[in-house]
Design a protein around this ligand. Structure first.
Ligand code: PEP
Ligand code: MG
Length: 553
């Protein structure tokens, strides 16, 4: 809590949290209390064990249903999440912990909750930010099992239902924590914002809120759940929340909300307008996607193409390497749906913050500097060639460009191109068709920016990964919130490397885009126009706003 304002009898509480998804809301409150207490099944361990397996079956079905809903509503990433929940629920350590407690006479719901908490606590203790954020997923799974149990039973304590709603909505959801499953069960049309006293920006709930376009502030502390709050004002961009805001605050935020709405309206009317840079180049505004399911969203908003298809999702969702056919299907679907517009597909960038059990990656002291990006492809040639074969075969369906991540030396791009040649020769021999595929690299290390003049002679395009470029230029871990003040994407050194890359690319006649988070930062629009950037690729929910910024609206 950072402030209290007393206006007559009216007390407004001001809380500062972590901004997880931008936007403004002023609404009444939907308070989510978490799972209600349910019958224990402490007496008969055999019965409780049987029931536990039944709950797992029900939870599987529910995750499958939610994965389907996510796909239908254009939240492709989330469908992958629910698929991964179905795997996580089978975790033998979790199961052993639950069954062990049952055998010791612990009531079923307590056994599930305690095992979830124990596992979540060990993830938090890992110290790794990405792994820490997964603790919310573990709690999401144990909450779901308890939810299934509560569906079968009356509350044991006769306590209040788990939701308090003031009015009929729209409302701001407040909770200590909220699993993606709980979020998807709510009526999305009524949710104006989400505020959580726990959580990090890496939580899947925060990511889901962002992809649903719902403002979200996390890490607000226990003050958020203060009893008696009737109305809330939320600034998801600044991470500010006002409990029972005074009239002046309400007016201020309603005005901001209205101006955002008007801006969106104007953006829709200007969808066909083409923004240009200071030197007169047309700027493409494209989207970043993680799965073919994201495409419908972006075609509706008339994106100029896919500027970055992060293919990691294909590797993360299963428990083995994705097959050539599976990948071919996904890439073809995206290319077909984009109807001839540019589609830049990045080869696998697993490693660092994204790990997959079946890959059995080495445990590294410093994974950000380790086996990630193109390095993992070189380490696993079969995996690399499978992906390239799928990509080349799919290329007949549209305008495919292949992009390699984390290239930092010239030999690396030459080696990657050699793999492409090898794959093309194989396809020739097999009589399989492929299109004219352009090759590009991500500029995300200082070395590739500094050598961009040389790299420009080797490839057809660049895309600047500002998230990693910032991390490696400043030497500040992008996923460690404790050092976020050092991780400064506006750092003059980062801007200089971006400027240099664009200049060198243009001298050699190739185009440059930006696909990191900086691409959608409104404070950078002027800079990008000044350096004559060719493309900005942003998340689908930001497309309209970025286009308007570029048009100077
Ligand atoms: C980047 O580094 O800016 C980028 C777009 O790649 P990722 O965020 O997937 O590492
Ligand atoms: Mg990157």
């Amino acid at each position: 809590m950072i402030g209290k304002k007393n206006q007559g009898k009216h007390i407004m509480l001001e809380l500062k949290g972590i901004a997880a998804s931008g936007g403004i809301a002023v609404a009444s409150v939907l308070r989510i209390h978490g799972q209600k207490a349910v019958k224990g099944f402490g007496g008969d361990a055999g019965e409780a064990r049987k029931l536990y397996f039944e709950l797992k079956k029900q939870a599987h079905k529910e995750f499958e249903r939610l994965a389907g809903i996510s796909r239908e509503t254009g939240n492709g990433d989330m469908s992958g999440l629910f698929d991964s929940y179905r795997m996580m629920i089978e975790d033998p350590n979790f199961e052993e912990a639950v069954l062990g407690r049952i055998n010791r006479g612990v009531a079923l719901s307590d056994a599930i909750r305690e095992s979830g908490e124990e596992m979540a606590a060990s993830l938090v203790a890992s110290g790794d930010e990405y792994i820490k954020a997964r603790s919310a997923d573990v709690m999401g799974i144990s909450d779901e099992l308890i939810h299934q149990l509560s569906e079968l039973n009356e509350p044991e304590t006769g306590e209040e239902p788990k939701e308090d709603i003031l009015g009929t909505g729209p409302y701001v959801v407040i909770a200590v924590r909220l699993s993606p499953t709980q979020l998807l069960r709510l009526d999305k049309r009524k949710i104006e914002a989400i505020c959580l006293s726990e959580g990090t920006v890496n939580d899947h709930t925060a990511i889901l809120a962002g992809s649903m376009g719902i403002p979200c502030v996390v890490g607000l502390g226990p003050g958020l759940m203060k009893e008696g709050t009737e109305r809330i004002a939320v600034d998801g961009t600044a991470g500010m929340v006002y409990l029972d805001p005074d009239n002046e605050t309400v007016r201020k935020y309603l005005d901001v909300k209205e101006s955002i709405r008007l801006r969106r309206e104007r953006a829709r009317l200007r969808l066909k307008d083409r923004p240009v840079t200071d030197c007169g180049r047309t700027v493409k505004v494209c989207c970043n996607i993680s799965s073919p399911d994201d495409i419908d969203d972006i075609t509706a908003n008339d994106a100029d193409g896919v500027g970055l298809f992060r293919t990691e999702y294909l590797y993360l969702k299963g428990n083995d390497y994705p097959s050539e056919e599976e990948q071919f299907e996904s890439y073809s679907e995206v290319l077909r749906k984009m109807k001839g517009k540019e589609v830049i597909i990045r080869t696998c960038d697993i490693g660092f913050d994204k790990a997959v059990d079946y890959m059995k990656l080495p445990v590294e002291q410093n994974p950000g500097m380790g086996i990630r990006g193109i390095r993992i492809s070189f380490e696993r040639p079969e995996m690399f060639k499978t992906q390239l074969r799928a990509l080349y075969r799919a290329s007949v369906f549209g305008d495919l460009k292949i992009m390699f991540p984390m290239i930092s030396s010239i030999w690396e791009i030459r080696e990657a191109k050699r793999y492409c040649e090898e794959v093309r020769s194989e396809l020739d021999l097999e009589g399989k068709e492929y299109g004219d595929v352009k090759i590009g690299i991500m500029i995300e290390t200082p070395s590739s920016a500094l050598l961009s003049g040389e790299f420009a002679k080797e490839v057809d395009f660049f895309s600047i990964g500002s998230n990693d470029l910032t991390q490696y230029t400043i030497g500040a871990d992008r996923i460690n919130p404790d050092i976020s003040r050092y991780y400064d994407a506006y750092h003059p050194a980062v801007k200089e490397l971006i400027r240099m890359t664009v200049e060198n690319a243009h001298k050699c006649g190739i185009k440059v885009g930006i696909c990191g988070e900086l691409a959608s930062d409104e404070n950078m629009t002027g800079f990008f126009k000044e350096i004559c950037i060719d493309e900005l690729s942003v998340s689908p929910s930001r497309l309209l706003r970025v286009k308007l910024d570029l048009l100077g609206d």
